[in-house]
Design a protein around this ligand. Structure first.
Ligand SMILES: *Cc1c(COP(=O)(O)O)cnc(C)c1O
Length: 489
């Protein structure tokens, strides 16, 4: 490990270390103070009330151990108590800083799974903070003073917005699919097109989820073409459901055919078999009038007559991580009663955020304005241009040290949604003269708050589409500090 902190005097010139033997090292080791002496020093005693003795003792032990190793390696040849104390302070400071923190997303990937997918609408965030430190009516019916159910909080909203007959919410969409299969198809056959046996990422693979749900997979058709008759001939005594899975993160183009939801529903009805669709993203608005491509909408599936539809809360819906299950009452009732439902139930913060986010869909203009994912996906080129130019102008004074330009580039929806959609965007590109682009990238990731961009053709890119307005000056300040600061240092 080359990033081991050193708590002593360092001998950099290794040639002096020759003949520097075991005895000398032992002598230095003997000079190390004891843990007790360190933690009872006046400097450390001042930390009482801030850190427990156990935490302080652990930090002191770690610093001593690292110092011991450094001595044995010959990196430290003189003990310095002040350095040891500084080491303990540093460790405790690191200990008390949050690991989970705000990050500035300059990648242009709107639903960035590694960066927490959808940033919540302000209203949803406020709602969480308002209810989380108080008691709430999570499972309490205020009208009759009896026990209520947490699902009731968003069920009516979901039904009103989508036209579904009934609905429920769970922890995420993976859980929703697993629960639906377990409740509706355990020990039964599930018919699915070969072209839809997808892997979503993070090890969610449709065939494996089916196995977990105790269902028997019956593949029909081919990778590129599946027809309704392929499903029909596969139907047998033990068929539990017909399943359609949206191939969220890839597209089969060219010589291809997929069976529509409506066709599948018609077939299911004729044979008395429920039809289930895993939509993945599950968008509640139509993006086409705003210049984007088609993503299968929740309402389209409900209208087509799907018995059950599942989708995520934190993809194109733009809310918190959740799995939403909509559909016919008789199936929802059955799913609710399954023992797994309790294991994958939604928590109160998520429920609060989901309720607030869903309410924004009462009016489509409000949804596009207040839900960050929708706003970012449909941001106008003029706004992108303006934002990029503002950032570039704030970086005017770094010109001697870097070439800063605004350029045309493409953003992505991300989160395995609309994989072929290319959204024209504007980026600010920075080509530093006084450091490598990798160094700039690394320094910006280490900034508070961390800034994540993209590197391409030896330039560092900030795509302003995924940057919030108040973050623009923060990025400018960070870049200036790293590039000009790098010059001064
Ligand atoms: C994303 C996705 C899932 C998993 O949803 P999570 O909310 O991430 O659990 C399942 N199926 C499809 C088709 C998806 O796109």
């Amino acid at each position: 490990m080359n990033n081991l902190p050193l708590y002593g005097k360092i001998e950099k010139d290794n040639s002096n270390m020759e003949g520097y033997g075991v005895n000398e090292k032992m002598e230095i080791l003997r000079q190390l103070p004891s843990v007790d002496k360190l933690i009872n020093s006046t400097e450390i005693r001042r930390l009482d009330g801030e850190f427990s003795r156990r935490i302080i003792t652990d930090a002191a032990r770690e610093v001593l151990e690292e110092t011991r190793q450094a001595i044995l390696k010959g990196d430290i040849i003189r003990i310095d108590d002040e350095d040891l104390l500084a080491g303990i302070f540093q460790k405790l400071k690191h200990e008390s800083s949050d690991r989970l923190k705000e990050v500035i997303n300059g990648t242009g990937v709107i639903i960035h799974t590694n960066l927490g997918r959808a940033p919540l609408p302000e209203k949803a965030a406020e709602k969480i903070s308002r209810i989380s430190s108080r008691y709430i009516n999570l499972e309490y019916n205020l009208e009759d003073g009896e026990r209520g159910h947490r699902n009731d909080i968003v069920r009516d909203l979901l039904c009103r917005i989508t036209g579904a007959e009934d609905g429920m919410v769970v922890n995420n969409n993976a859980a929703a699919v697993l629960l639906v299969l377990s409740a509706m198809a355990r020990g039964k056959e599930v018919i699915i097109s070969r072209g839809q046996l997808v892997e979503i990422g993070g090890s969610f693979r449709v065939p494996e989820v089916m196995e977990q749900g105790g269902a028997v997979l019956v593949e029909v058709g081919t990778t590129n073409k599946t027809y309704i008759r392929d499903y029909e001939v596969a139907i047998g005594e033990n068929t539990g459901i017909l399943l359609k899975v949206h191939t969220s993160n890839y597209r089969i183009c060219g010589f291809a055919h997929e069976v529509s939801g409506a066709e599948l529903v018609e077939l299911g009805r004729r044979h008395g078999i429920p039809v289930v669709e895993d939509l993945g993203s599950g968008i509640l608005v139509d993006l086409r009038p705003r210049g984007l491509g088609y993503e299968p909408g929740v309402m389209d599936s409900i209208r087509a007559g799907m018995d059950i539809v599942t989708f995520s809360g934190d993809k194109l819906l733009g809310g918190p991580q959740a799995g939403i299950i909509l559909g016919r009452k008789e199936y929802i009732e059955k799913i609710k009663k399954h023992p797994l439902a309790r294991a994958v139930r939604i928590d109160k913060f998520t429920l609060a955020a989901l309720e607030s986010t869903l309410r924004l869909y009462f009016d489509e203009e409000t949804a596009f304005r207040e839900i960050p994912v929708l706003r970012m996906a449909t941001m106008s080129l003029e706004e992108l241009e303006r934002k990029a130019r503002a950032l570039k102008d704030m970086l005017e004074d770094i010109h001697p040290f870097a070439l800063v330009k605004t350029e045309k580039e493409y953003s992505r929806i991300g989160g395995g949604s609309m994989p072929v959609e290319q959204l024209e965007t504007r980026v600010v590109s920075i080509m530093p003269h006084n450091m490598t682009v990798n160094r700039l990238d690394e320094q910006l990731r280490g900034y508070a708050p961390p800034i994540v961009g993209r590197i391409s053709q030896d330039k560092f890119f900030i795509d302003v589409r995924t940057v919030f307005d108040d973050q623009v000056p923060v990025i400018a300040e960070a870049v200036r500090e790293v590039i000009i600061g790098g010059e001064a240092g």
